[in-house]
Ligand binder design. Structure first.
Ligand SMILES: Cc1cn([C@H]2C[C@H](O)[C@@H](COP(=O)(O)OP(=O)(O)O[C@H]3O[C@H](C)C(=O)[C@H](O)[C@H]3O)O2)c(=O)[nH]c1=O
Length: 180
């Protein structure tokens, strides 16, 4: 297993060591000791999974407010996504800046997003399934969001914004400016 840093301090792209043979493949998807030593000294308390039927489904940008902030370790079980993390730490020199990575079931790539970032993704294939570990439990009252199409953030989503498949909630998320 290895990792790469991204343009913003914090998020990391993790690559499993994949063993392939005539039957298929095997890889260790997560190892607590390696993760603590190389990525972040955190514990995961909840696993989430979602299925999105249509290409161009955008979920996000979401985060949980303190004290229910969540770190997230995201990967694709089926299909692929354009995954995005937006720095929303009020005192950060990269506030409002974003990083992205394409996560694919075929490649097994994982994106680590620490607390202090909003997370969102756009599906790139039909029936894409996303699995992610989180470092805090769900709290509906602390579940917050930022507009995926905020021009101040200006994410280069891989689809025309007016074609995005969205939840009613994500059509109405507030702008980044509401966080300051
Ligand atoms: C996140 C979550 C949701 N729910 C319930 C609440 C709703 O009744 C239902 C669907 O939730 P939502 O529409 O917020 O699901 P997504 O749009 O996939 O949101 C997620 O997608 C983005 C990309 C994220 O990073 C967040 O983890 C999460 O917000 O599941 C739960 O019961 N537990 C949970 O941990």
């Amino acid at each position: 297993m290895r990792y790469e840093s991204l343009a913003i301090e914090g998020p990391r792209l993790v690559f499993p060591k994949t063993y392939r043979d005539h039957r298929g493949y095997f890889f260790e998807a997560f190892k607590q000791g390696w993760f603590r030593e190389n990525i972040a000294d955190v514990s995961f308390v909840q696993d989430n999974q979602s299925l999105s039927h249509q290409v161009g489904t955008i979920r996000g940008l979401h985060y949980q407010a303190p004290p229910f902030g969540q770190g997230k370790l995201i990967r694709c079980l089926r299909g692929s996504i354009f995954d995005v993390a937006v720095d929303i730490r009020p005192d950060s020199s990269t506030f409002g800046k974003w990083v992205s990575a394409n996560l694919t079931a075929a490649g097994g790539e994982q994106l680590w997003i620490p607390e202090g970032f909003a997370h969102g993704f756009c599906t790139l294939e039909p029936d894409t399934e996303v699995f992610y570990k989180v470092t805090n439990v769900y709290s509906q009252t602390h579940d917050k969001g930022v507009a995926f199409d905020d021009p101040v953030i200006s994410i280069n989503w891989p689809i025309p914004l007016n074609s995005a498949v969205l939840s009613d909630k994500d059509r109405l998320q507030p702008p980044l400016s509401s966080l300051r």
